[in-house]
Design a protein around this ligand. Structure first.
Ligand SMILES: [Zn+2]
Length: 418
């Protein structure tokens, strides 16, 4: 029997020591029982799991055992337990409307914080217990970190961009010089961001910016990465244009967002660049995950490139690149804040198996967020971030949308699964 700690292998009882019994009597232990467990790593589901939560942590995981005396037992019959899902690229400040940029511009900071809180709650109800916010306004996402009732938030603050460049209205525009970009990185570090997001190319949300063009000279991008690494911060680069992707790779960026290999007339992904991304273990944040919304179609310039973008992401996967789902939640109605549950369907089109797709939105994604030591797995010692869905999400991928319950740092999320 596979269990998540060696000590509990063999289906031996768990949590029966004097300390745990005492804790159970005091009502501090919650036990989740279900039909199956996906632990975040193994493709084989564990039958009849017994997951014991103590406060915000998982204290043991076993199979077919008895719950400790006095513990509160939650019996999720027929359900599968999984690690809470992780989206490596969201924008809590965008409200997933048809005009997220205009709506944000029309809100003062207090209203933005309210909207971000609603976005976070919606994510949590949908099973997303950790998000990496790759672009807010005024560093507002930093203040939401650690709030009860919200997902765990990893925050970039306003993305570093150029005057008039992609998402300049979020407040992170600086002149594209080495001195200015280094100063911007230092300011972000001083504010306490967890990651630096830099707009290496233009993007679709910003009229006037060009997706196929680099926004910064290569040496300026390199300086930004150097400065961030000197301060102990990872860097992820928004990069559509093939030249911007190559520059970000050469600059030593830890991650790339979108990676569409966008050119003026189509897409172009040189084999050498694909190999470099895979070899250097640069994280590819694929913009996968979309909720079908009647009447919504991608803009024509994206629609005609989509087959090429999918084919190139598939090549990255075949080359062994690390691919995670960075959905860009919030930027459109097809991208609500719990959209990452829809990523596995698109990951399978890239050649992922379903268990591998589930790892991409749990145990693999968590490393990208710098939280691999405590999230992304259902195992003893890890945070009690757990999603329960009806059915078997490996045999039946749609089961992922049948949310039964969500626990975030040990607390049941109100409104999840009802
Ligand atoms: Zn984005």
């Amino acid at each position: 029997m596979t269990t998540s700690t060696a000590a509990q292998a063999g289906g031996s009882p768990v949590g029966t020591g004097p300390a745990t019994t005492r804790a159970a009597r005091q009502g501090r232990l919650t036990v989740l029982r279900a039909a199956r467990l996906f632990d975040g790593i193994s493709s084989a589901l564990i039958p009849d799991p017994v997951v014991v939560l103590e406060g915000s942590r998982i204290c043991s995981v076993s199979s077919g055992t008895k719950a400790p005396d006095g513990a509160a037992v939650v019996d999720l019959a027929g359900a599968t337990l999984l690690p809470g899902l992780i989206d490596t690229h969201v924008h809590l400040a965008f409200d997933a409307s048809t005009d997220p940029v205009g709506r944000l511009a029309g809100r003062r900071d207090g209203a933005v914080i309210q909207a971000m809180t609603q976005a976070g709650r919606a994510a949590l109800r949908g099973g997303v217990t950790t998000v990496r916010d790759l672009g807010d306004r005024g560093y507002l996402s930093l203040g939401l970190r650690g709030r009860a009732g919200l997902p765990t938030i990893v925050a970039a603050g306003p993305p570093i961009t150029t005057p008039g460049g992609h998402c300049h209205y979020l407040g992170g525009a600086v002149a594209p010089t080495i001195a200015d970009v280094r100063a911007a990185v230092r300011e972000h570090a001083a504010r306490g961001v967890d990651v630096i997001k830099i707009m290496a190319s233009g993007g679709n949300l910003t009229p006037g910016s060009r997706q196929e063009l680099a926004q910064f000279p290569a040496e300026v991008l390199r300086a930004a990465v150097e400065e961030a690494h000197r301060l102990g911060l990872p860097v992820t680069a928004h990069a559509h244009g093939t030249g911007a992707i190559a520059d970000a790779v050469a600059a030593g960026a830890d991650g790339l967002e979108h990676v569409s290999f966008w050119t003026e007339n189509g897409v172009d992904a040189p084999g050498q660049l694909i190999r470099l991304i895979a070899e250097r273990r640069i994280i590819v944040g694929a913009t996968v995950g979309m909720v079908p919304v009647p009447g919504m179609t991608p803009p024509p310039e994206l629609a005609r490139r989509l087959p090429g973008i999918t084919a190139n992401t598939r090549r990255l996967h075949q080359a062994g690149a690390v691919i995670v789902a960075g959905t860009d939640a919030g930027i459109a109605p097809v991208k609500p804040h719990d959209v990452v549950r829809h990523a596995p369907a698109m990951l399978r089109q890239l050649g992922f198996g379903q268990a591998q797709a589930l790892r991409a939105i749990t145990s693999v994604a968590v490393g990208v967020c710098g939280l691999a030591h405590r999230k992304g797995r259902v195992a003893a010692g890890f945070d009690a971030d757990i999603l329960a869905v009806d059915g078997d999400p490996i045999a039946d991928p749609d089961a992922l949308h049948r949310v039964r319950a969500v626990y975030a740092r040990g607390a049941a999320v109100p409104g999840a699964g009802t």
